[in-house]
Ligand binder design. Structure first.
Ligand code: PEP
Ligand code: MN
Length: 411
């Protein structure tokens, strides 16, 4: 079998219909894809993944769509979050339990403050790949491929670790399955709330290999997680990521940074939510504390005027990153809170619904973001800086944030 045949064999569900002249995401430019050194090895792993059970089922994604529709209509609030990048070594019961407990505590506080039910979505059980600003990194004069997440290569600055290895995509599936098993076990009790899974749909080979056609409805669903989002770096119009997202029926989200225009947002709605169905599309805005009042109002006003009912979600993390004197990527809890509060202000002024928050946090005591009641200072950052990518709020900082938001809701 040739590599082309192998590739065709693992995503027949997504193959274009030549008669209809349909375009496949494979015919479009895909940003941020790893430079796999061995295409045949990639195709072999993908062919295997194509035979594996999906991690989540269409009816679960449909249920999430209905829950997200309530967020879009102003009848619920969303709390979505977890690691910037999950690690293959992070699937212990203790770690997963700590994340779920923190997510649940945040949801409980937010729900009480907003007077609405809270929808819980983890950035979990699949968040193994990262978009990066540069394809390579130079340390002490040595240039190596950049770390792109455990599903692609290893974080260690070493030529072997940094070489993309498609076997890691198989491991991403298994680590997702182990994590999901714990989530299902820990949240399966009679009174506990559902927790849905989400990750950035970045490595399209992986996403396509896990996409399945629902035999009852004939619709396509990504089987890698309940909700997938397209990141700020891969939302190019005419790009492969958006084309992929348009083909699947899961709820989808798109990140919007400060350069996003209202026309871009309207074009995203036409592509991803042509039927204007609340629950299909969420916009996750990440403007930065200094820009939110300037850029968010026009976006929300024009989208609302178009009649579309998207869920508006605030990611107050990614627009507020800076490098500390010690060289650590960090964020101030105060900036995160300021953007989150600005988001509530903007929606209050427009009379629209502040749907919820997308956060990077962990259930453990790490020292990656500065501030908080149990204050982490710039000097403390090296103590327990464990993230291989972006800095996460620790459990105390995550709770500080939602308590400050709860006050804002009441004001
Ligand atoms: C992320 O969510 O980790 C991320 C890279 O975000 P963005 O696409 O908004 O930059
Ligand atoms: Mn991140």
């Amino acid at each position: 079998m040739t590599v082309t045949d192998l590739i065709a064999s693992y995503d027949p569900a997504l193959a274009p219909d030549p008669a209809a002249g349909a375009v496949s995401w494979r015919d479009l430019p895909a940003a941020q894809q790893p430079d796999w050194p061995d295409q045949a090895a990639l195709a072999a792993v993908m062919a295997d993944l194509g035979t594996y059970a999906p991690l989540v089922l269409p009816e679960e994604s449909d249920r999430l769509r209905r829950r997200l529709a309530a967020v879009a209509r102003g009848e619920a609030v969303l709390i979505q979050g977890g690691d910037c990048a999950e690690a293959f070594g992070g699937t212990s019961e203790r770690q997963v339990r700590a994340k779920l407990t923190t997510l649940d505590q945040m949801a409980t506080v937010l729900s009480a403050a907003a007077g609405l039910p809270a929808l819980r979505i983890g950035r979990i059980a699949g968040q193994y790949s990262k978009p990066r600003s540069n394809p390579t990194e130079v340390v002490d004069g040595i240039e190596l491929p950049v770390y792109r997440g455990d599903s692609v290569n290893g974080a260690a600055f070493d030529p072997v670790a940094r070489t993309p290895d498609p076997e890691r995509l198989r491991q991403a599936y298994h680590s997702s399955a182990v994590t999901l098993n714990l989530i299902r076990a820990l949240t399966g009790g009679p009174e506990s709330e559902d927790v849905y899974t989400s990750h950035e749909a970045l490595i399209l080979d992986y996403e396509a290999a896990l996409t399945r056609r629902d035999s009852h409805t004939g619709r396509l669903y990504a089987g890698s997680g309940h909700l997938l989002w397209i990141g700020e770096r891969t939302r190019q119009p005419g790009g492969a990521h958006l084309a992929f997202a348009a083909q699947v029926d899961n709820p989808v989200a798109v990140k919007l940074g400060p350069s996003a225009t209202a026309d871009e947002a309207l074009a995203l709605i036409d592509l991803l939510d042509p039927e204007r169905e609340p629950g299909r599309l969420a916009f996750i805005t990440r403007m930065g504390a200094g820009r939110i009042h300037e850029v968010l109002p026009e976006l929300v006003a024009k989208v609302t005027a178009s009649g579309a009912q998207v869920a508006w979600v605030c990611d107050p993390m990614h627009g507020n990153t800076f490098t500390s004197p010690s060289g650590h990527k960090t964020r101030r809890v105060a900036d995160v809170a300021a953007e989150a509060e600005g988001f509530l202000d903007v929606h209050r002024e427009l009379g629209t619904h502040a749907g919820g928050f997308h956060l990077e946090f962990t259930g453990e005591y790490v020292t990656e973001c500065v501030g908080g009641t149990d204050e982490v200072t710039l000097q403390d950052l090296p103590d327990r800086y464990e993230s291989t990518c972006d800095p996460r709020l620790n459990r105390g900082q995550a709770l500080d944030l939602v308590f400050s938001l709860a006050e804002k809701y009441r004001s």
